[in-house]
Structure formats: structure tokens, C-alpha cells
Design a protein around this ligand. Structure first.
Ligand code: ZN
Length: 403
């Protein structure tokens, strides 16, 4: 690359050498360190980010003025670590944290059955409530109309809209390439659609990737993991080397479409026997109905499987899921699986069968420990983290201009 550049008589300098990209790189590392530390003195934050105190101080002051960071108010938010309240240098006792008070992003979660909206602060480990919910219609025009009806009156102060969507999602272009459970999204550009409702930048994140990013930010001390979500389908996303993995094509973690031998069910992807036809919500309800159990709502299903011993078809489905997840761990070289979604509703025996099947199939179990953890869905935190990552140039420009 460099050789061919020189052969044409030009030397191109790497982009990182320009002051603006240098500034953004410093800002990025400072925000990443603060997200891990939660709260820190100026001196500790500068040290953790590997920046001089004047450089870190300038960034902190700009972000304080912008309302992205704030000085810790004693008694509010996370407590400063013991012994750090009085600082040796700078302004004594003033700790820095994310300003989690003001909504800066609008979160939109497009799910197969329901769409939810939430105001999101800039704090990348915030626990988020989703106060607005409506059934997801079956056309883009109706969805746009419903979003308009639920549009917050006050847009002032919002920096962007963050949307998570299921399927194979090209996050940069705004296109959903394939969505077996929500086919209409394949016919629209989600970024353009949302921009026509809110005239704001739009950040699109595949829904399972948002969950993995949220888990990473909520538990920064975690080791690398494969997140597996049981929902309308079965999806996965992985954190490798401390970062959400993105491949060369916009497709990853599609564990749900691995065929299970002996399973004749047709899948929305066009295949037959896919794992998600057994362990998705719909798949589980179908298994219950075909085994002579009550055909009803999810709540009735949960109540039924929690009564008495778990049905053998449920344990067999968990075995199948565990084998597929173990295969993914073997390929990726990971030893930790984080499981989110409706598995949290199922009886302990079903979760244990899954964990046991993962251990049985995971090669690492022969040498060391395999970790399986049930966790809540931290979608809001994931969307915030994605916005802060992708919109840093815009946020940085706002901070520089003092807006
Ligand atoms: Zn499939």
C-alpha cells in the first residue's frame, strides 16, 4: 500500500496524525476508561487514559460544558471508591462521572411483536426503562405512522435516534438484508425511514449486537463472551479482545439457523429443522401444543412448564441448543456464554440442561472451566454505547464548538 503510494511520488500520512482525529482518539480512550471506572478523579482518569493532565483536563471541561459528563454530587449516583474523595492535585474532592440525567438519544427497539421507545441518557451502563410500547404493525408505512403518533414533543437536547432491529442488518447502510420473522423490514431503509420521522442522526444496531454491547458496558470487568439470546429467534453476538466483533459481512452469530437432525419443522429462513424452530418463543409454544399441553399465551406456557418435572421435549430442545452453542465456543476460542431472553422464565432444570450440554460439547471443558451465565437484556445500554462510539465525531465537534 505504502510502496505503491511512494512509487507515484506521494507520501500519504495516516489520518490519525491530524489534530481532529488525534483529539477524537484521546476523547474516545478517555470515555472508554470512564465507562469502566464509572467515577474517577481528573488525575486518575488522565492516568488511566494515558493522557497528560492538561490534555485530559481540556477534554473533561469540554464534555462538562456539553452535558456529557458532570461533577459528582455527593449522595447522588455511584459512590467514589474509598480513600479517593480527597485528591492530591486539581480541585479536591471533585469526581467526574457521566451525566445520566438528561436524555440525549431516543431509543427505538423494533421487535417482531412489539416496538418500544425510551429516552436514553449518555451514560453507557444506564439501566433503561421502555415507557412507550405498541404492537409492531406489518408494514413500513403503518410503523412510520405509529412512530409519528408516539413522537416525543420535546426534541430539543436530543442528539440522535438509536434503533435496534432483528435479522441480518447492514448497520451502516440502514438495510435489513433478511429478517425471517419481520419480512417487511427488508423493503425499507430503516435509517431513512427514521430520519423522516425525526430529523436527527440515526444509529442502527442489530438487536443481538446491542445486547452484547450492553452487557459489556454493564459489566466491564467481564472476560470475552458469546452472548446468546432466546427470543423470537435464537441469535448470538460475541465480544472478542474486549470489543464487539464485527465481521467482513453484516452477518454473525446466526446460531438459530443451524439444522437439528430429526427436526422436520420449516423455518422462516426457508430451511428445514433450524434450531430456532424448537427454542424460539413460537417453537416452544408449538412443542407444548403438539405434546398435548395447553396452547395459550407465554405466561400460561411458563406456568405449565414450571409445574412438576420439565417435559422431555423441552430438555431435548435445550440439549440441541447447548450442542450448537458449544460448537460456537469451540470455533471462537471462548469459554464464557452469556444467555439472555426467555430462558430466564424457564424452570431451573431447563437452564441446567442447557449449561450441561454446553459443557459437554465445549472442548475447553476438558482443560478448564466453562462459564454459563444468565443475564438480563441490557438493550438500552447497548444502544447508548453504540451511539457514543459511532457519533463521537459529531459529539466531539459539538463539544469543541461549545454547544
Ligand atoms: Zn432457519
Amino acid at each position: 500500500m505504502g510502496d505503491s503510494g511512494r512509487s507515484r511520488g506521494r507520501i500519504s500520512y495516516p489520518a490519525a496524525s491530524t489534530p481532529a482525529t488525534m483529539r477524537r482518539a484521546n476523547e474516545r480512550v478517555l470515555l472508554e476508561r470512564l465507562a469502566r471506572m464509572r467515577i474517577a478523579s481528573r488525575a486518575d482518569l488522565a492516568k488511566a487514559a494515558g493522557l497528560s493532565q492538561p490534555t485530559a483536563g481540556k477534554i473533561i471541561d469540554r464534555f462538562l460544558r456539553l452535558g456529557l459528563l458532570r461533577e459528582h454530587q455527593p449522595g447522588k449516583g455511584p459512590r467514589p471508591p474509598a480513600g479517593r474523595a480527597r485528591q492530591r492535585t486539581g480541585r479536591p474532592g471533585r469526581m467526574i462521572e457521566f451525566d445520566g440525567r438528561t436524555p440525549r438519544f431516543l431509543g427505538v427497539h423494533l421487535d417482531v411483536r412489539e416496538t418500544a421507545l425510551a429516552p436514553l441518557p449518555v451514560c453507557p451502563f444506564a439501566e433503561v426503562e421502555w415507557p412507550v410500547r405498541f404492537p409492531t404493525p406489518d408494514s413500513p408505512a403503518e410503523w412510520r405512522e405509529r412512530l409519528r403518533q408516539h413522537k416525543p414533543r420535546r426534541l430539543k437536547g436530543l442528539w440522535a435516534v438509536a434503533v435496534s432491529a432483528p435479522g441480518i442488518v447492514d448497520e451502516r447502510s440502514g438495510r435489513v438484508l433478511f429478517s425471517p420473522n419481520l419480512h417487511w423490514t427488508e423493503r425499507v431503509n430503516l435509517i431513512e425511514l427514521l430520519r423522516s420521522v425525526w430529523d436527527l442522526p440515526v444509529v442502527l444496531v442489530q438487536e443481538i449486537r446491542a445486547l452484547a454491547l450492553g452487557h459489556l458496558n454493564a459489566e466491564p470487568a467481564t472476560e470475552d463472551f458469546l452472548l446468546v439470546d432466546f427470543g423470537e429467534g435464537l441469535g448470538a453476538a460475541m465480544v472478542l479482545n474486549g470489543r464487539l466483533y464485527s465481521g467482513p459481512v453484516p452477518l454473525s452469530g446466526e446460531l438459530g439457523h443451524t439444522p437439528v437432525p430429526g427436526n422436520p419443522r420449516p423455518c422462516g429462513c426457508g430451511g428445514t429443522g433450524c434450531l430456532e424452530t424448537l427454542v424460539s418463543r413460537r417453537g416452544l409454544l408449538e412443542s407444548m401444543a403438539s405434546s398435548g399441553g395447553p396452547a395459550g399465551s407465554w405466561a400460561e406456557f411458563v406456568a405449565a412448564v414450571r409445574r412438576g418435572a420439565p417435559p422431555s421435549w423441552l430438555l431435548a430442545s435445550m440439549e440441541a441448543a447447548g450442542a450448537v452453542i458449544a460448537g460456537a465456543l469451540n470455533v471462537l476460542g471462548l469459554r464464557k456464554a452469556v444467555v439472555t431472553g426467555h430462558l430466564n422464565d424457564l424452570p431451573t432444570a431447563a437452564c441446567e440442561t442447557l449449561a450441561e450440554a454446553i459443557r459437554r460439547g465445549a472442548m475447553w471443558a476438558r482443560f478448564g472451566e466453562i462459564l454459563c451465565e444468565l443475564a438480563p437484556r441490557r438493550r438500552g445500554a447497548g444502544l447508548i454505547a453504540a451511539c457514543m462510539d459511532r457519533l463521537l465525531p459529531e459529539i466531539s465537534a459539538k463539544a469543541k464548538a461549545g454547544r
